[in-house]
Write a protein that binds this ligand. Structure first.
Ligand code: NAD
Length: 319
C-alpha cells in the first residue's frame, strides 16, 4: 500500500503529455478520487492551454512535475514512454503508461523490473479492457474457441512512431491474451505500408495450444472507423461493437437458439481505468492491466511485426 494514500491526503496526479489523449486523462484526473497537481508537455503552448482550462499549473519540465506528484499518467507518443516512465519510476512514482507500454520488449522488461524493485505500481493504458461493452461480454465468455476482430480507423496523422500492430492491434492482442491465458503456439501474419513507411494494415492469425484461433485485422488507413469482435465458444457466440457498445448474444438452449441484443452502459473507459490504477496504488493489488501484461502483449506484437517484416522482404525480393 502506498504510504501517501493513508486516507488523510488524496493521491497527487501529474499528467505527462496532454495531446489528443492526454488532455482527456488530465480532465478525468481533475474529476477523480485523487487530485490533479499539474501537467507537463514539451509543447508549452499546449500544456498552458490544458492547465488553464483545468485551473492547475503547467510545469516547465518533467522533474519539477515529478517532485510534486505521487503518481504519473504518461500519455506521450510511444517512442518516449520508456524515458519518461523510467524517470518517473526512478523518482518513486507509480505510473499509468498509455499503450503500447514501450516500443520494444527489452525496454518493457527494464520498466517491469524497475517497478518491482521500487515497489511501484506500473499499469498500462489498455483502455478497451474498461469498455463497458467488453466488460459485459466478458461475463459470458468462457473458453473461446474462435475470436475474430476488426479494428479499422481513418488515418489520424498521429501514432506514426509505431506500426499499426503496436498502435491499434495491440488493444485486441491484449484482450485475446487475457481470454486465452497463454501465448500462441503458431502465428501467420501479413501487413502492408499504405500511408506511412511502417505497416498500416495488418491481418494476423494466432493459434493456441488447445487449437483455439484468433483472427485479427487492423488498419489505420480506412475511410471509416469500426471496432468489432465476435467470440465463438461451445453453446453460443457474442458479437461486440466496441464503438456503439451494442452486443448480440446467440445461445443454444433446449428450446433452440436464442438471440439477445443489448447496449452496454457504464463509465467512460479512461475514468474506470484511472480509478482501477488509483485503487491498485492504494491497496497494493495489481491493476487490471499490469506492466507484466503490457510487456507480454508487446512481445507478441514484436513477434508479429518481425513475421510481417520477413514476409515483406520476401515479397520485395525479385525471383
Ligand atoms: P499526441 O501526439 O496527440 O500527444 C502527445 C503529446 O505528448 C503531445 O502534446 C507532445 O507535445 C507531448 N510530448 C511528446 N514527447 C513528450 C515528452 N518527452 N514529455 C512530455 N510531453 C511530450 O498523441 P496521442 O494520440 O495523444 O497519443 C499519446 C499516447 O496515447 C500514445 O501512446 C498512444 O498510443 C496512446 N493512445 C491511446 C489510446 C487508447 O485508446 N488508449 C488512444 C489514442 C492514443
Amino acid at each position: 500500500m502506498d504510504s501517501s494514500s493513508n486516507g488523510t491526503s488524496p493521491l497527487r496526479i501529474g499528467v505527462v503529455g496532454v495531446g489528443h489523449l492526454g488532455r482527456h486523462h488530465a480532465r478525468i484526473a481533475s474529476q477523480s478520487t485523487a487530485s490533479l497537481v499539474g501537467v507537463f508537455d514539451t509543447n508549452g503552448t499546449r500544456a498552458h492551454e490544458v492547465a488553464t482550462t483545468l485551473g492547475v499549473p503547467a510545469f516547465p519540465n518533467l522533474d519539477s512535475l515529478l517532485a510534486r506528484c505521487d503518481v504519473a499518467v504518461i500519455a506521450t507518443p510511444a517512442a518516449s514512454h520508456f524515458a519518461v516512465a523510467r524517470s518517473a519510476l526512478e523518482a518513486d512514482k507509480h505510473c499509468l503508461v498509455e499503450k503500447p507500454l514501450v516500443t520494444d520488449p527489452a525496454s518493457a522488461g527494464v520498466l517491469v523490473a524497475l517497478a518491482r524493485e521500487r515497489h511501484r505500481v506500473l499499469a498500462v493504458g489498455h483502455s478497451e479492457r474498461f469498455n463497458p461493452a467488453l466488460e459485459h461480454a466478458d461475463r459470458f465468455i468462457r473458453d473461446p474457441l474462435y475470436v475474430e476482430v476488426t479494428r479499422v480507423a481513418p488515418f489520424p496523422g498521429r501514432g506514426m512512431d509505431v506500426d499499426v500492430v503496436k498502435d491499434l492491434m495491440v488493444h485486441d492482442l491484449e484482450i485475446v491474451l487475457h481470454w486465452m491465458g497463454t501465448y500462441p503456439t503458431e502465428m501467420r501474419a501479413v501487413g502492408i505500408p499504405l500511408v506511412t513507411d511502417k505497416v498500416d494494415m495488418a491481418s494476423v492469425r494466432l493459434e493456441f495450444e488447445h487449437g483455439q484461433v484468433a483472427a485479427l485485422t487492423a488498419s489505420r488507413a480506412s475511410p471509416s472507423a469500426l471496432r468489432v469482435m465476435r467470440v465463438f465458444q461451445r453453446g453460443g457466440y457474442v458479437s461486440v461493437d466496441l464503438g456503439s457498445k451494442k452486443l448480440r448474444f446467440v445461445r443454444q438452449t433446449p428450446a433452440g437458439l436464442t438471440i439477445e441484443e443489448s447496449v452496454a452502459d457504464g463509465p467512460e473507459p479512461l475514468k474506470a481505468e484511472l480509478e482501477d490504477f488509483l485503487s491498485a496504488v492504494r491497496t497494493g493489488r495489481p491493476p487490471r492491466v499490469s506492466g507484466h501484461e503490457g510487456a507480454q502483449v508487446l512481445r507478441l506484437a514484436e513477434d508479429i511485426v518481425t513475421l510481417i517484416g520477413s514476409r515483406l522482404r520476401h515479397l520485395s525480393t525479385p525471383q
